[in-house]
Design a protein around this ligand. Structure first.
Ligand SMILES: C[S@@+](CC[C@H](N)C(=O)[O-])C[C@H]1O[C@@H](n2cnc3c(N)ncnc32)[C@H](O)[C@@H]1O
Length: 322
């Protein structure tokens, strides 16, 4: 499997990833509003929990985006072109991608994900399902510069970014990300982005507070990961999942609430929590079609196509490099 810094040994890369995780945790827990970047949810256990979330009745985004992609696969392939290089950021289990791979028949598929365990599993399954397809996986963090394989030829490059992962970035980060991908796809390139739409706050609330508590387990797994990998002593019974729609900012916020005043150690560092104090663990921004197209336009893309469901829950945007 390809990695950024591919010439170095695996253990050195893992040590660097662990050091980056430690640095983010120590810095994030030292902030006045404690906060951790959502990319750290995705160790092997976190990726498995996310896949369970995708199958929950309340979690409409995955099944809606899947249905849109299935219904529009032909139109999406006509827009994106056949036979080019398809790069996917945050590919996870590459579920919706299968529909695109069939419709677009790219010459190369390059999935990029921070969760090496999820990527490895997804690629093994894809190799069985698409034996003739050239797959060039990259385990890495798309919020940092990545050393990606280069492909010769004049094939069109298309970046796929489904699953509303763009909503986990602030609008400023999303713009920077789109500018980066604009540079990668080049003048004839395109992008397909799955964007969750603004809607009734009750529907959003149910999606992030499922009745089976899977989203709560996903959120709390971040603390288990800190315990496992960084020598933390978080007591998971003393924290609770909390998610709500922040309407003025147009985002779901996910937090972990301290259920009592307590102190927690992470390695040599000690952090104090008041009762009710939270760690902000994720944002999921929701956009109107117009808001997202305006964001794309400021990043060098023209919003050319939008595919959506009848209820207006979710959108898939076809962007062309301007
Ligand atoms: C919301 S999930 C979406 C998964 C899948 N694309 C889908 O549509 O269901 C986010 C995915 O992006 C990956 N991810 C999150 N932050 C990342 C980062 N900074 N770099 C690379 N991958 C990241 C996670 O491991 C996860 O697979």
């Amino acid at each position: 499997m390809g990695r950024d810094h591919r010439s170095r040994g695996n253990s050195r890369i893992e040590a660097a990833a662990l050091a980056a995780f430690r640095q983010d945790v120590i810095a994030g827990l030292s902030l006045p509003q404690k906060a951790l970047p959502p990319k750290h949810f995705y160790d092997a256990a976190g990726s498995r929990l996310f896949e369970r979330i995708c199958r929950l009745a309340e979690y409409y985004p995955t099944r809606t985006e899947l249905a849109i992609t299935r219904a529009q696969a032909g139109a999406i392939a006509r827009f994106a072109g056949r036979g080019g290089v398809l790069m996917e950021y945050g590919s996870g289990e590459s579920l919706k991608t299968r529909l695109l791979l069939r419709a677009m028949q790219p010459s190369v598929y390059m999935p990029v994900d921070i969760s090496e365990a999820a990527l490895r599993l997804a690629v093994a399954k894809l190799r069985r399902a698409f034996p003739g397809l050239r797959i060039a996986p990259v385990a890495g963090d798309f919020s940092r510069p990545l050393d990606l394989p280069r492909f010769r030829g004049r094939d069109r490059r298309v970046v796929y970014f489904p699953g509303s992962t763009i909503g986990n970035l602030t609008p400023q980060e999303a713009q920077a990300f789109l500018r980066m991908t604009r540079g990668q796809v080049g003048p004839r390139g395109a992008m397909l982005v799955g964007v969750d739409l603004k809607k009734d706050a009750n529907v959003l609330h149910a999606a992030y507070n499922d009745s089976r508590g899977v989203t709560a387990s996903f959120n709390l797994n971040l603390l288990s990961r800190i315990n496992r990998e960084l020598g933390g002593d978080f007591d998971l019974r003393r924290f609770a999942h909390y998610a709500f729609y922040n309407a003025p900012l147009g985002r779901i916020e996910m937090h972990l609430v301290s259920l009592r005043a307590q102190r927690v150690n992470v390695g040599d560092h000690r952090f104090a929590f008041d009762r009710g104090e939270t760690i902000h663990t994720e944002n999921s921004y929701k956009y109107s079609v117009e808001e997202f197209q305006a964001l794309a336009a400021e990043s060098g893309f023209r919003g050319e196509k939008v595919w959506s469901d009848r209820r207006g829950l979710f959108s898939v945007h076809g962007l062309i490099a301007d």
